[in-house]
Design a protein around this ligand. Structure first.
Ligand code: SF4
Length: 341
């Protein structure tokens, strides 16, 4: 599989009255053709800003993608796209699904027209052809009685059905890259799992690359092949789904995992929460970004940002606990090289 998207040293800031908020601070990752990748982290960690950057939705003067950042789509830096290239890329090559389908849909247009709009623009279809295809798309995403539903307005659909309409709009032009930004957060658990199953099914059938953005590690397990864990504008760990769930190497990933409900835990065992709040991104800490909340924090952590340690097959984590001289005592990863000192 070749790489569809490569994000290299992406840095994004927002200019506010309080100062420059460094929302994304030099992240690098890639997405292969037909792959599902999840970006996971708490609210404010920079995952949605990353999604917006990939879709060209960071607008000056409030937002700024910093010099030296690169987002390569099929080898071409989209940050240098012309207006025409952007309009071909957005909606044609790539699409995005947002958390709030009601806000994203146009309340004054039937859902059929909203699906047809993209098809007319990107696939050169006539209005009649596009409306016929809209019915097919509603059927594909599991909306019953699509011939009638295509004439209805967004407010006539339930929350889950509206999200299905968003998915129909996103997949209508057969995008090569789909970004799903917290697509199930506003839905109840049963509908959440139906929507995730639908995204997974379409991703496989249509061989679409998917970037799933979520704060909830629990929803990615059955969908993503690889996971990127973000904290405070940085990638603190990335690896395969198995690496992250069964062999995590960063204390923040451990904390996220302990906040995921599990059926195998005893009845009265409470879910852990991550104490404290993320650092101020106007003046981020000079050392490890997680140092203010990490129970394993050492002196060096507050002084110097850790480099990535590699564990094989693309599994990396940025944490001083993997340094050969890290203390063995209390080390959650069970090693440390200072035994002989
Ligand atoms: Fe915790 Fe230090 Fe590792 Fe950061 S580098 S996660 S503060 S142990």
């Amino acid at each position: 599989m070749g790489k569809l998207l490569e994000v290299n040293n992406l840095r994004v800031s927002y200019h506010t009255y309080a100062g420059e908020v460094q929302s994304v601070r030099g992240i690098t990752f890639d997405v292969e053709e037909g792959e599902a990748l999840a970006i996971v982290g708490e609210s404010g960690c920079g995952k949605s800003v990353t999604a917006k950057s990939i879709m060209g939705l960071i607008k000056k003067p409030a937002g700024e993608i910093k010099a030296g950042s690169e987002i390569l789509y099929r080898g071409q830096n989209i940050l240098n796209f012309s207006k025409k290239e952007w309009s071909e890329y957005r909606g044609g090559e790539s699409a995005i699904i947002f958390q709030d389908a009601l806000a994203a849909l146009n309340p004054t247009m039937t859902v059929g027209k909203q699906i047809a709009e993209n098809l007319i623009m990107h696939k050169n279809m006539s209005k009649a052809e596009a409306l016929k295809e809209a019915v097919n798309m509603l059927r594909l995403v599991g909306i019953p009685n699509p011939e009638e539903r295509v004439k209805q307005y967004p407010h006539e659909f339930s929350g889950g059905m509206r999200q299905r309409v968003m998915i129909a709009i996103a997949f209508a032009c057969d995008p090569k890259l789909l970004i799903a930004d917290e697509p199930t957060t506003a839905l109840d658990v049963t509908i959440q799992s139906q929507i995730m199953d639908l995204i997974k099914k379409l991703q496989k059938e249509l061989n679409t690359s998917v970037i799933l953005i979520t704060h909830d590690l629990g929803v990615v397990a059955n969908v993503a092949k690889r996971i990127v864990v973000m904290y405070s504008g940085n990638i603190v760990e990335k690896g395969s789904c198995e690496d992250i769930f069964y062999n995590p190497k960063h204390p923040y990933t451990l904390a996220l995992l302990s906040a995921v409900p599990r059926l195998d835990l005893k009845n009265k065992q409470e879910l852990a929460s991550i104490e404290g709040t993320p650092p101020d991104l106007i003046a981020p800490p000079k050392g490890c970004p997680f140092s203010t909340r990490c129970k394993y924090c050492m002196e060096i952590c507050c002084e110097k940002a850790p480099e990535y340690t590699e564990f094989g097959d693309g599994h990396v984590a940025a944490c001083w606990l993997h340094h050969p001289y890290a203390a063995k005592e209390l080390n959650p990863f069970g090693y440390g090289g200072n035994d002989n000192e």
